[in-house]
Ligand binder design. Structure first.
Ligand code: S3P
Length: 166
């Protein structure tokens, strides 16, 4: 199997970066995050890209960033929460070891609070979280080779369970 050792998918705020860094440390490998790649390449924040060009343009940029990271990176790779919306990206994930970090809607609202600095959740977080999860859950499940529920678990616990599940 070529490409990353493990790819992390799941909604924003679920802890992909924190858990991903822990997994990379435990596995003795590098960590990469496609959101960071995009910010570095574009020289502006994700929020700025959304505001300047809209979500579709961001998704096109993201798709390229994910495809590149999947060929270049050999360690732990985190994808932005919406990367799985793209069918080509989902096809690229076939044959990869993909860990889906899940959380329920109430956990998401609790973790991200009501004022969220993320472009997709600016108003009415609970309703938007529910819609987001309903639209994406099956996509995450479709690409996942392992699922770890993060509800009520610390990042350390999630990483431990994930290592057993991989
Ligand atoms: C998004 C998730 C974010 C980022 C952008 C859109 C989404 O990534 O890519 O704000 O559509 O769920 P994280 O999941 O890393 O926060």
């Amino acid at each position: 199997m070529s490409g990353p050792l493990v790819v992390l998918v799941g909604p924003m705020g679920v802890g992909k970066s924190t858990v991903g860094l822990l997994l990379a440390e435990r596995l003795g490998t590098g960590y990469r995050d496609t959101d960071d790649d995009i910010v570095a390449e574009q020289g502006r924040s994700i929020a700025e890209i959304f505001v300047d060009e809209g979500e579709d343009a961001f998704r096109a940029i993201e798709k390229q960033a994910v495809a590149r990271a999947l060929t270049e990176h050999t360690g732990v790779l985190s994808l932005g929460g919406g990367a799985v919306l793209d069918a080509d990206t989902r096809a690229l994930l076939a044959g990869q070891r993909v860990l889906y970090l899940s959380m329920d809607v109430e956990e998401a609202v609790r973790r991200t609070g009501l004022g969220v600095a993320r472009p997709l959740l600016a108003v009415n977080p609970r309703k938007q979280w529910r819609e987001l999860m309903d639209a994406r859950r099956h996509l995450y499940e479709g690409v996942a080779t392992a699922v770890v529920a993060t509800d009520g678990r610390t990042a350390e616990e999630v990483a431990r369970v994930a290592l057993d599940a991989l």
